[in-house]
Each structure stands twice: as structure tokens, then as C-alpha cells.
Write a protein that binds this ligand. Structure first.
Ligand code: HEM
Ligand code: HEM
Length: 231
């Protein structure tokens, strides 16, 4: 009889779906124009919180959420590419090494996108809290980074979704359901790799610490920029 085993903890799943929603909101508010820029920044701060949380969760989180468990080393890649379906089941209960390249790529791009946002301005009403810190070419570079990272992110997300459809269509593997329920069936994983629980108390502590750090960064520590109004 088929059994289900917990692989993705609740914090990782919440992180993923909040990431999708926040990304949509950031895209939407950027498209809607300057009246929505204030909301764009609030969503951007939330994105910084999400990425900050995931970076720490990648170190202290549950087994399959830890970066060390899925860091795509050359030997892991070789083993994965040569493995039979049974070996694959044993070796990659979480992200496989190819998917992991994309995961790290997307996390780094999202971080660069959110950090560059802190330094830029739309030249009309809205500026990131650290906009006054950079000058000249550095300012332009931050604006450019915010543009380029977004284009790269769109490409990565398209590939990410295409890969998920490929796994469903060609390999007959549903990856989306485990990202919702946290569980994979005994067809895909062995019982020993199941995690026992989601470490929720630790996740709450990490989330609280990251929230304080982001608040300090974007509110308390943000330099006061003098505004000049011309009439
Ligand atoms: C804004 C769009 C998206 C971004 C930025 C994104 C980003 C990510 C990231 C960073 C991970 C790694 C999760 C972790 O370990 O913390 C991931 C995994 C995953 N995402 Fe997305 N994602 C997006 C949209 C979607 C959508 C629309 C779906 C489903 C239809 C989806 C399904 C999945 C699944 C199934 C995994 C786990 C893959 C695996 O089993 O290795 N993602 N995504
Ligand atoms: C991952 C997070 C973020 C995403 C996906 C994102 C996405 C975007 C996009 C698509 C644009 C439009 C670019 C253009 O029209 O050239 C934009 C512009 C902008 N974003 Fe973000 N953003 C993020 C984070 C932030 C943050 C944290 C801030 C500031 C606190 C910020 C501030 C701005 C500003 C001021 C602009 C206007 C720039 C201009 O008009 O050239 N963004 N963002």
C-alpha cells in the first residue's frame, strides 16, 4: 500500500507560495506606475524578509530545506545524471541537483533584485531608502541591476515552470502537490528520508529575528534624505 512521507517542512512551503504571491505583487505594482510605487516598496521589504528567512532556514532548517543537502556539487550532478529511477529515489528526496542550480540561481537573483531596489529611484516620487547613499555611475548600476535581474528572473521562472510541467508530462512526477502538502509518496521516496516535524518554533524565532533586522535596515537605519520641493 502507498504511504506518504513528510519531505518539505511547513516554513519552506509557506516561503515558496508567499514568494510567488509577493513576486506577482511586485511585478503588478511596478507595471501600474508611480502611484503604486509605495506599495511596490512595501512588497519589496517583505521580499527581503522572505529571502532573509530562507537563507537562514537553509542553514538551520529541516534536512531537505538545508542548502548543504542539495548543493549541486559536480559529483552529485554526475551521480544524478547517471542514476536509474530507483537510485534517484534514494539519492534525491528533496531538490535534485539540476533543480538545485535553479533554486540557488533564483534565490540569488531575488536577493540582488531586492537589495538593488533599496538604492534606486523612479525619478518622480519614489526612492528606495538608501537612494541618497550612491552617486553617479553606482546609482546607474543599481538601476541597471534592478532591470537586468528582473529580466533574468522572468527567464528562470519560465524555465522553472517548464521543468515542473516536464516532470509531470514526461516523468509522470507531480512536484507541485508535495510543495503544497509537504508529502511525497512511497513511489518517490523511502521512509528513512522522511522528516519528523517542521521545526515550527525555530522557524518563528528565525522569522522574528529577520523581521527585526529588515525593520532596522529599512526604517531605523535608513539615512534621512532631504527632500527639495520646487514650486
Ligand atoms: C514567482 C514565481 C516563482 C518563483 C520565484 C519560484 C521559486 C522557487 C524556489 C526558490 C524554489 C525552491 C524552494 C526552496 O527550497 O525554498 C521553488 C521550488 C518549487 N517551485 Fe517554485 N517558484 C515560482 C513559481 C512556481 C509555480 C507557479 C509553481 C507551480 C505551478 C512552482 C512550483 C515549485 C515546486 C513544485 C518546487 C519544488 C521543486 C522540487 O521538487 O525540487 N513554483 N520555486
Ligand atoms: C525581488 C523584489 C523586487 C522585484 C521583483 C522588483 C521589480 C521591479 C520592476 C519589474 C520594476 C520596473 C523596472 C522598470 O520599469 O524599469 C521595478 C522598479 C522599481 N523598484 Fe522594484 N522590485 C523589487 C524590489 C524593490 C525594492 C526592495 C525596492 C525599494 C525599496 C524597489 C524599488 C523600485 C523603484 C524605486 C523602482 C522604479 C525604478 C525606475 O523607474 O527606474 N524594488 N521593480
Amino acid at each position: 500500500m502507498k504511504k506518504n512521507y513528510l519531505i518539505w517542512d511547513l516554513p519552506t512551503r509557506l516561503f515558496h507560495w508567499l514568494l510567488v504571491l509577493t513576486f506577482g505583487a511586485l511585478w503588478g505594482t511596478a507595471e501600474l506606475g508611480s502611484e503604486y510605487m509605495q506599495y511596490h516598496m512595501y512588497c519589496g521589504y517583505f521580499m527581503l524578509f522572505l529571502i532573509g528567512f530562507r537563507l537562514v532556514w537553509g542553514i538551520v532548517g529541516t534536512t531537505h530545506a538545508r542548502f548543504s543537502s542539495f548543493f549541486p556539487t559536480v559529483s552529485r550532478l554526475k551521480t544524478y545524471l547517471k542514476s536509474t529511477p530507483t537510485q534517484e529515489k534514494l539519492n534525491t528526496p528533496g531538490h535534485n541537483p539540476l533543480g538545485a542550480i535553479m533554486v540557488f540561481g533564483m534565490l540569488l537573483l531575488l536577493l540582488a533584485q531586492a537589495v538593488s531596489g533599496l538604492f534606486i529611484t523612479d525619478d518622480v516620487f519614489t526612492s528606495g531608502p538608501y537612494n541618497g547613499v550612491l552617486e553617479g555611475d553606482w546609482q546607474k548600476l543599481a538601476n541597471r541591476a534592478h532591470d537586468v535581474c528582473f529580466t533574468l528572473l522572468q527567464a528562470c521562472i519560465a524555465l522553472h515552470i517548464a521543468a515542473i510541467i516536464f516532470y509531470q508530462g514526461v516523468k509522470n512526477k507531480n512536484l507541485v502537490k508535495p510543495m503544497i502538502t509537504g508529502k511525497k509518496s512511497s513511489d518517490d521516496v523511502n521512509s528513512e528520508v522522511s522528516i519528523k516535524h517542521s521545526k515550527l518554533i525555530l522557524a518563528l524565532v528565525v522569522a522574528a529575528v529577520i523581521a527585526v533586522i529588515v525593520y532596522w535596515l529599512v526604517v531605523i537605519n535608513a539615512p534621512v534624505i532631504e527632500e527639495y520641493y520646487y514650486y
